[in-house]
Design a protein around this ligand. Structure first.
Ligand code: IMP
Length: 186
């Protein structure tokens, strides 16, 4: 496979530079997979990805997990086409799996204010799973406004707008194979 890996990229008229390379991402995601293998041995967890942003991280993370596991998806909208959270979140797609009595791992691309994961957590907990943990590739600790416990964090990053590896700017840039940050914020 040959991935899309430019050093800099223009997306919707804004310049971005590499923040986390493909190699750095790959190495950390392998570590997260190994940790989940150890913590969920004999538990057959269901990984629940939060669409759209988490689809690439989830696909890579799942291939680093070697114990039996399942997958499902929620879809939310929150950012719209802007670079800051709208503060509103809406569910656009429900999961299909019956998660009662199951071990759930919610998979997020990024925890920014924490609104989305807090919202999903409330929905999931009402369905009586046996356990719920959260894995997020990225976390912006300085931006968090809502109560969330993120059990596995790939990388803590500054409160800057990032792009690529599933994350978009007005729906573009998800296909970039590494993580980029807005240049004007440097
Ligand atoms: P939160 O609800 O404020 O925690 O934001 C979570 C969602 O907003 C993520 O799942 C992303 O879809 C989106 N988001 C947050 N920060 C960024 C960013 O820097 N770039 C692109 N999308 C982001």
């Amino acid at each position: 496979m040959s991935f899309y890996l430019p050093d800099t990229v223009n997306c919707n008229g804004e310049e971005f530079r590499v923040l986390l390379s493909e190699e750095v991402l790959r190495k950390r995601i392998a570590e997260l997979g190994k940790q989940i293998d150890e913590d969920y041995k004999d538990k057959k967890p269901i990984l629940i990805g939060v669409l759209n942003g988490a689809f690439i991280f989830l696909a890579d993370l799942m291939r680093c997990i070697s114990i039996p596991c399942e997958v499902d998806f929620y879809k939310l909208s929150s950012y719209g086409d802007e670079k800051v959270s709208s503060g509103n979140v809406e569910q656009r797609k429900d999961i299909d799996a019956n998660i009662e009595g199951r071990h759930i791992i919610l998979v997020e691309d990024i925890v920014d204010t924490g609104l989305s994961i807090n919202y999903i957590m409330n929905i999931v907990e009402k369905k009586n799973p046996k356990s719920v943990k959260v894995v997020s590739l990225l976390c912006k600790p300085e931006s968090i406004k809502y109560h969330v416990k993120v059990d596995y964090i790939g990388f803590e990053i500054p409160p800057k707008f990032v792009l690529g590896y599933g994350l978009d700017y007005a729906q573009e840039g998800r296909n970039l194979a590494q993580l980029y940050v807005l240049k004007e914020n440097d």
